[in-house]
Design a protein around this ligand. Structure first.
Ligand SMILES: Cc1ncc(COP(=O)(O)O)c(C=O)c1O
Length: 390
C-alpha cells in the first residue's frame, strides 16, 4: 500500500472527532534529511518506528521514511514488524527488544531480522533455520554498559562459534546501545564505544567480518561522531525533538505532532463551584469553564490536573480540577470571545504561544518520548502533506 493510499484510508475510516493528532509529514521528512546530510551518504539510516512511531502512526511514518530511501526500520517487537509487513513494506526490519521462543516463527514468515541479545535465543532460530529456504539474517547486541539486553563480552566467543555452525544463519550486524541517553557527559559513552570496538576486534580475530556496525541513537548522531560506524538508528530527532536540552538550539529540526481538540461545553458558574472528580478545585470568582473532550485515555496525563495549560484563542489557559478519562476542564473566564468548537492546542503552537512536548515533559519531570508515545490509539491521526491523490 502506498503512503497516499494509507492516508486516504486513515482519513476515510475516521468519523469526525474533535480530538486529533496532526502529523506533519513534511517536518518528518525534513528532520530525516537533516540526519541523512549529517551522517553522509556512506552510512545507512535505520529509522526507529517502534511504539507506533513514537505515537505518530507506524504505517504512514514507515511509508514516509521508505519514500526517503532509508535502509531499514527499527521496531521493538515482532508484532510491530508484522504490522509493517502487512502494509506491504519490503525494507529490512530490525526487531530490537527481544522475543520469546514462540515468537521466532514470525522472523521467517515475515522476513524480520531479530536482534540476538542472549545465548539461548539461538536455539529457536536454529530450529527455524532447518526449515528455511533462505538464510535468516541476525544482528548481535552487545551489552557494553547499558545493563539491559545484550550478550556479555565473555559470552560472545562461544556464541559466535555456535552460530557459525548453523547453516542458514547469517550474522549481518553488531550493535550496542548507550546508557546515557542524553550523552551530556560523553565519558561513559566513550567507554562503551571502547568496549564495542574491542568486541569487534575479537570477532574479526575469529575470522568473521560483520557488515553492519551500529550504536548511535539521536544523541550520538548529534554529538558523538565516533559512534556513527556504518549505520545509525535515529528516533526522537526524526519526530522533531532534541535528545537533550543542550542540543536543542543547535539542530534544525521541527516537531511533527500537534495535539488538538475543540471545546464541547461552555458554562458560566458562580464563585465557590467545585470542579471535576474529587472537587480538588473550587472557583474563586464567577467563572466561565470549558470542557474539552480529551482525557487520560487519550494520553493527556492525569498529572496535568490543576497544573496543565492549553492554548485557546492564542492564550494560555489553566486546567482546573482533575483530568478525567475522557474530559478535561479549563478556565476560560479571561477569553472574551471564546465559543463552543474553539480549537484548543495541548501539544503544539497557536499564535505566538507554544506548548511543545519537550517543555511539557520538563514540567512533568519526564521526557518528550513519553509525552508523544502516550497519545493513545483513540486519537485519530491526521496526516498533512502527502494527501495528494494516488
Ligand atoms: C535500540 C535502540 N536504538 C535506537 C533508539 C532511538 O533512540 P532515540 O529516540 O533516542 O534516537 C532506541 C530508542 O529507544 C533504541 O531502543
Amino acid at each position: 500500500m502506498t503512503l497516499a493510499k494509507t492516508l486516504k484510508k486513515t482519513l476515510a475510516i475516521r468519523p469526525p472527532h474533535p480530538t486529533v493528532a496532526e502529523i506533519d509529514l513534511a517536518a518528518f521528512r525534513q528532520n530525516l534529511r537533516w540526519v541523512r546530510d549529517r551522517i553522509g551518504p556512506q552510512r545507512a539510516l535505520l529509522t526507529v518506528v517502534k511504539a507506533n512511531a513514537y505515537g505518530h502512526g507506524i504505517i504512514p511514518i514507515s511509508q514516509a521514511a521508505v519514500s526517503e530511501n532509508i535502509q531499514g526500520l527499527g521496531v521493538a517487537f515482532v508484532e510491530e514488524g508484522i504490522q509493517i509487513r502487512r502494509a506491504g513494506i519490503t525494507e529490512p526490519i530490525l526487531v530490537m527488544a527481544g522475543f520469546l521462543p514462540e515468537e521466532a516463527e514470525g522472523f521467517l514468515k515475515h522476513r524480520l531480522t531479530p536482534v540476538i541479545s542472549h545465548p539461548d535465543q539461538l536455539d529457536p532460530l536454529k530450529r527455524l533455520a532447518q526449515k528455511a529456504s533462505r538464510p535468516i539474517g541476525i544482528h548481535l547486541k552487545i551489552d557494553t554498559g547499558m545493563g539491559r539486553l545484550g550478550l556479555l563480552e565473555r559470552e560472545l566467543g562461544p556464541f559466535i562459534e555456535r552460530a557459525r555452525a548453523v547453516k542458514k544463519i547469517e550474522i549481518l550486524g553488531l550493535m550496542s546501545h548507550f546508557a546515557d541517553d542524553e550523552l551530556t557527559d560523553c565519558r561513559s559513552a566513550e567507554d562503551q564505544i571502547d568496549c564495542f570496538e574491542k568486541v569487534q576486534r575479537t570477532i574479526e580475530s575469529l575470522g568473521l567480518k560483520i557488515p553492519l556496525l551500529h550504536m548511535s541513537n539521536s544523541a550520538a548522531i548529534v554529538g558523538l561522531k565516533r559512534a556513527w560506524f556504518n549505520l545509525v538508528r535515529p528516533g526522537i530527532v526524526l519526530y522533531g525533538y532534541a535528545p537533550s536540552s543542550s542540543a536543542k538550539d543547535s539542530i534544525p529540526i521541527k516537531p511533527v505532532m500537534t495535539l488538538k481538540t475543540r471545546i464541547i461545553h461552555l458554562k458560566r458558574v458562580p464563585a465557590g463551584t467545585p470542579i471535576s472528580y474529587g472537587r480538588t478545585f473550587t472557583t474563586r470568582r464567577e467563572s466561565l469553564i470549558a470542557v474539552l473532550p480529551i482525557g487520560y485515555a487519550d494520553g493527556y496525563s492525569r498529572a496535568w490536573s490543576n497544573r496543565g495549560q492549553v492554548l485557546i484563542d492564542g492564550q494560555r489557559v489553566p486546567v482546573i480540577g482533575r483530568v478525567c478519562m475522557d474530559m478535561t476542564v479549563v478556565d476560560v473566564t479571561d477569553l472574551p470571545t471564546v465559543r463552543i468548537g474553539a480549537e484548543t492546542v495541548l501539544i503544539g503552537a497557536q499564535g505566538t504561544e507554544t506548548l511543545w512536548a519537550d517543555a511539557l515533559a520538563r514540567q512533568l519531570g519526564t521526557i518528550p518520548y513519553e509525552i508523544l508515545c502516550a497519545v493513545s490509539h483513540r486519537v485519530p491521526r491526521l496526516y498533512r502533506e502527502g494527501v495528494e491523490p494516488s
